[in-house]
Design a binder for this molecule. Structure first.
Ligand code: COA
Length: 179
């Protein structure tokens, strides 16, 4: 990436920017998985509600949204939460890189940051990815995640999909890295 990336934890002031990128990424990535009516309709409002609830109400000791920025512009983000299925460790949720900036290391940087955030708080890290999201599965395989579970899920627009759980049993896989 030509401009250096910076990392920080997001707050209330970031609700709109995170919701905008989240909705834009869903519109592109989940086309054909979620209904067009949802993606072309209320997806931004639905994501904005989610981020408003989270960033106004979160216990910041147990949850974070990690933002990767390039010259102050949001390049990607990921949520990390300790209380969602904690038997699997910390949950990485909603990892999204700006569609115009993918393949330049932003996703790797955010996963490494999530691993560092988790150290000392939970022993492992996990996430859910749709079976139909082959590109993200390829990325998580590259990040050395282990696919450990497959289950049905009803998503925000009522569609039934299959999701896979990826697990990192050892956080060092994410934190001990030269890149
Ligand atoms: C999946 C996603 C987060 C990856 O982020 P990214 O910034 O594009 O990925 P990076 O550039 O950090 O890639 C890191 C490594 O993974 C590899 N990689 C990336 N996508 C890959 C793919 N589809 N298959 C195999 N390897 C892949 C890269 O080649 C790179 O390896 P390298 O450093 O040896 O070249 C991003 O593409 C994205 O936001 N996708 C849309 C939203 C989404 O699906 N999110 C996941 C929801 S569960």
């Amino acid at each position: 990436m030509s401009n250096p990336l910076t990392l920080r934890e997001g707050g209330v002031a970031d609700i709109d920017a995170v919701a905008e990128l989240h909705a834009r990424s869903w519109r592109k990535t989940y086309r054909g998985l979620f209904s067009d009516a949802f993606l072309d309709g209320p997806v931004f409002a639905e994501r904005r509600d989610l981020w408003t609830r989270r960033l106004r109400g979160w216990d910041r000791e147990r949850n974070a949204v990690l933002l990767a920025e390039s010259q102050g512009a949001l390049a990607g983000f990921a949520a990390i939460m300790l209380d969602t299925e904690p038997e699997w460790g910390a949950r990485l949720d909603n990892l999204h890189v700006d569609p115009d900036g993918q393949g330049r290391g932003v996703g790797r940087l955010l996963m490494q940051a999530a691993g560092r955030w988790t150290v000392g708080k939970a022993p492992r890290l996990h996430l859910m990815v749709f079976d139909g999201n082959a590109a993200a599965r390829g990325f998580y395989d590259e990040m050395q995640g282990e696919c450990v579970e497959r289950r049905d899920v009803t998503v925000e627009d009522g569609t039934r999909l299959v999701e896979l759980r990826y697990l990192w049993r050892d956080l060092k896989v994410l934190t001990n890295t030269r890149r």
